[in-house]
Design a protein around this ligand. Structure first.
Ligand code: AMP
Ligand code: GLY
Length: 423
């Protein structure tokens, strides 16, 4: 079987690593891929948003199965473009990916179907938003409606900050058209958990849980980033919470999307907050998390193609999804200065240290080849994942492995997974 993976980040490298393990796969292509994925796949230089070229490539090369990794192409209808040509493809169609593409849509869906989430109002003009804020309690959360690279969420401590936030999102259009609409939402406190789930439109099967660290600096200080590291499983996501979420969130969401004529096929990512008043949804994404995939997928026992194909075929109920009874930690190695400004183009050394070590992974995110060398080419450069029999071991292993890699201006957080010490 020939497989095409669309995307170029650490998440797609983690997906490619699983696909490469599948006994059913003879050849992998990636568009556009990266320097790490290139060890497993033939990388083709096609943009993730160039659907006509991607579809022609798939047809010409007789691709049997395509996996769409990132949010942008999913929300823009990549899956629809492949299906229109009779090609088999994993991911939600445009009318289902809207669960990530529009926060106003996902909030209204949750309200309509009684799925627990923070109280909110939607706005389509700045005047109404500001009038609402005049009487609101603070802190309060402003969210640009559309995709904004995970940066369209502002937590405002007072009216002044909130008014500046409305201006930034809706008037100055910092996040472009993503700010045509806005959600204003109750501020919640608690522990965050990410739960990814395979979905076939009817059945939803959750993977093992994870937790991300979004802020750039230790102690959750600094700016929001795409994610500085993850651990899996989350010990805060207890059996009891899981059972509650299964009934009140995951199954209800699948049924809600079906009732709306928007059957969700692919990976549904639920961002949860465990609050004192119960567990609530922070957000939905229509894809694997990055860097959640880098700790969840290495622990999956199933052949990923079997599971993804079952999602597309509507037979997920026949899959016994299984994860290893261990733990994994991923520490992101970034370029110093990320997420604001940073230099690129430095040679990366030490990859050989990961050879033949089954429990250690170096997932490429922002790298490229330059004259036969691998060099830094982004803010988040690599994700170093290690497994261990428990979270403490996995964390020690991951931090040990961060020492094996070297490049100029290497930066990482030193407290990924530290929260587990509080248990
Ligand atoms: P989102 O893109 O909706 O996941 O938001 C990004 C981050 O903002 C989340 O991971 C939370 O840390 C924070 N956040 C979002 N919504 C809320 C909320 N209602 N209360 C507190 N923090 C929030
Ligand atoms: N790690 C958060 C996300 O993928 O959106």
């Amino acid at each position: 079987m020939k497989v095409l993976i669309i995307g170029s980040g650490g998440r797609e490298h983690a997906i490619a690593t699983c696909v490469a393990k599948s006994k059913r796969v003879s050849k992998i292509y990636a568009a556009p891929g990266n320097a790490g994925i290139a060890e497993l796949a033939e990388c083709v230089d096609i943009s993730v948003m160039d659907f006509p070229k991607l579809v022609s490539f798939a047809k010409e090369n007789e691709i049997d199965f395509t996996i769409v990794g990132p949010d942008d192409p999913l929300v823009a209808g990549a899956v629809d473009a492949f299906e229109a040509e009779g090609l088999k493809v994993f991911g939600p169609r445009k009318n289902a990916a809207i669960i990530e593409g529009s926060k106003a849509f996902s909030k209204d869906l949750m309200k309509k179907y009684n799925i627990p989430t923070a109280a909110y109002e939607n706005f389509d003009n700045p005047e109404d938003a500001i009038a609402y804020l005049e009487n609101a309690d603070f802190p309060i959360v402003l969210k640009a409606d559309g995709l904004a690279l995970g940066k369209g969420v502002l937590i405002c401590n007072n009216l002044e900050e909130a008014k500046a936030g409305v201006k930034e999102i809706m008037m100055d259009k910092h996040f472009g058209d993503a700010g045509n609409k806005m959600v204003i939402e109750e501020f919640m406190t608690g522990r965050e958990v990410s739960v990814l789930a395979f979905c076939d439109g009817t059945t939803i099967k959750t993977m093992t849980s994870a937790q991300d660290h979004k802020r750039a600096k230790d102690g959750d200080q600094g700016l929001n980033t795409g994610g500085m590291g993850t651990f899996s499983p989350s010990p805060f996501y207890t059996k009891e919470i899981e059972e509650f979420c299964q009934k009140e969130i995951y199954e209800k969401t699948m049924a809600a999307m079906k009732s709306e004529g928007r059957d969700f096929v692919g990976v549904l990512f639920t961002g949860l907050m465990i609050t004192e008043k119960g567990t609530k949804v922070l957000e939905f994404n229509a894809r694997f998390g990055d860097p959640e995939a880098q700790v969840v997928l290495p622990r999956m026992k199933n052949d990923i193609i079997d599971v993804m194909e079952a999602c597309v075929d509507g037979t997920l109920d026949q899959i016994d999804l299984q994860f290893e009874d261990n733990a994994a930690v991923c520490v992101v190695l970034a370029s110093d200065g990320y997420p604001v400004s940073y230099e690129k183009g430095f040679e990366i050394t030490g990859f050989d240290n990961f050879k033949d070590k089954d429990d250690y992974f170096v997932f490429h995110a922002g790298t490229k080849f330059d004259n036969g060398k691998v060099v830094t080419n982004g803010g988040r450069v690599l994700g170093i994942t290690a497994k261990g029999e428990d979270l403490v071991k996995a964390r020690a292993n991951a931090y040990e492995a961060t020492k094996w890699i070297d490049f100029e201006n290497k930066y990482m957080r030193n407290d990924i997974g530290k929260a587990i010490d509080q248990i």
